[in-house]
Every structure is written in C-alpha cells, then in structure tokens.
Write a protein that binds this ligand. Structure first.
Ligand code: ACM
Length: 265
C-alpha cells in the first residue's frame, strides 16, 4: 500500500502566530497527501532569546492550534506534523504536534536535544522518542526535531520502535546534515523526511540563516525529493512503508537481528 508524503518548506514570520497559522492552514487544506510535514516552530519562528518570548507564544498540546489542525486532519484523513511552542504547567517545550486523523493518537514530541540559545527559551523535552501507527494507511511514524539528527541514537531508537518513516521538522542553519540523513535512512532501513525552513532572523545583533534544502530519502538512502536553499516549496513522494519492515539484506544478515548491544556503549 502506498502513501503520499509531502514536506513543506517556507519562511515563518518571527512572533506572528496568526499569519503563520493561516499559512499552515492553507497548506493543510490544499495539499492532497496522506502525510504533511512542516518545519520546526512553524507557527512562531525560531530565534527567541528568552523564556518570556517563548512563553507568550506557548500553548498546550491539545490547545487552539492543534484543535484547528485536528479538524482538517480528521475531516480529510491526513496526518499532519508541525512544530510549535508547547506549554505544560511552568514548562516550555520546542515541540512537534503529530496530528493523526484519529484524535486519540494525536500527541506531541518534545525536542530532546536543545540547540544553541534554545536552552534560554525551552526546557529539554521529556517525551522521549515514540512511534505512532495509522492502521488504515498502514504506516508507522516516528518524530525527531532538527538538532536531534546529530545523535544517531534518536533515529536508531525510532527504527527499533518500528518506524517506517522518520519525520524531522527542522530549522537547520548548516548544510552538513544533508550528508547524514541518507546514512540514518540506510542504517535503520526507514524513509526519512526533513522539512526545513528558509529565511533570516535577527536578534541582539546576531543573524541566523536557515538553509532550506528540505528532502525525502528512501530506505536505501536515495534522495527522492529535494528543495533548493531559498525557495518556498512543497515536495511530494510516494512511499511504500511495508518495504522498510524486513531488515534483512541477504540470506544471512539482518541489520537489527545482527546488532550486538552488549558490545556498545
Ligand atoms: C536546530 O536544532 N534548530 C538547529
């Protein structure tokens, strides 16, 4: 069974939640795909300097934005993943909402590894990595966020938990990750989709440039869709999740069964 997967690359406006969410809703309504992945912090922009800034934009996991996206996801049978600022009591997380057509499956992944000044704005995520299955679409999806890519443990954990597809909402500021994503796909035999943003943000005389280059990689490491560095665009690929599930690559070797965890740190 094949699944139509789309990745959206665009430039959110820092602090302008209303217009960013309008933009997201437009994409969600018009993209006719089973799975749609947006960048990290796509409802708010990225380069915050303090918790005051992030807390003023934060909302609960099943708050207003997830509720509106949920309506579209349930009505049109889509899985929608987008980054937002999540609050839970006095904690603030850099989160990705993973919205399934079935509301009972919808949940947030809270970014495990905080990058650069995120430590001044967010708490380290406490959800750990998890995989959610959509039985009707026959797909199992695991989520990591941006800088998590530097830790092979993140994608390995998602692979071992049974992900067919790893989605990675991102605000990447280098391009070295493009060398690593195909390896993460090969070593876990999973599809991997990176939704990166574009554009510049400035604060305190510091500028960050987000590098686009969003992409979708197949389980054999092939790049099957890719964006330019600075364009707004929608990438789409047809994937076959079931093909990731047999981890054998010859009669004797299986990349998961052959693991020797007792030999590793
Ligand atoms: C990043 O984690 N936003 C680089």
């Amino acid at each position: 069974m094949s699944v139509r997967l789309s990745v959206v690359q665009f430039q959110p406006i820092l602090g302008d939640k209303v217009s960013n969410i309008e933009r997201l809703l437009g994409y969600c309504r018009t993209i006719d795909s089973d799975v749609i992945v947006f960048p990290e912090l796509s409802t708010t922009g990225y380069f915050f300097q303090s918790r005051q800034e992030t807390s003023s934009l934060a909302e609960a996991c099943k708050g207003e934005t997830v509720t509106i996206i949920q309506e579209i996801a349930s009505a049109s049978n889509k899985i929608i993943v987008f980054g937002y600022v999540e609050s839970d009591d006095d904690k603030i997380y850099n989160s990705a909402a993973v919205v399934f057509p079935d509301y009972s499956k919808t949940r947030s992944y809270r970014k495990t590894h905080l990058f650069y000044k995120e430590r001044f704005c967010f708490d380290p995520g406490n959800t750990g990595f998890f995989v959610i299955e959509d039985e009707q679409k026959n797909i199992r999806i695991g989520t990591m966020i941006c800088y998590d890519w530097r830790f092979p443990e993140a994608s390995r954990t998602l692979g071992l938990l049974g992900a067919d597809l790893i989605v990675c909402p991102s605000n990447l500021v280098t391009n070295i990750w493009t060398k690593v994503m195909p390896a993460r796909a090969i070593e876990n035999k999973v599809y991997l989709a990176v939704a990166n943003r574009t554009g510049l943000e400035e604060a305190n005389d510091e500028t960050v440039l987000f590098n686009g280059l969003s992409g979708i990689w197949s389980y054999n490491g092939d790049n099957i869709a890719s964006a330019q560095a600075a364009e707004d665009c929608i990438l789409t690929a047809i994937i076959e999740p079931e093909r990731t599930r047999d981890k054998s690559f010859n009669a004797f070797n299986n990349i998961f069964a052959d693991r020797r965890p007792e030999m590793y740190l």
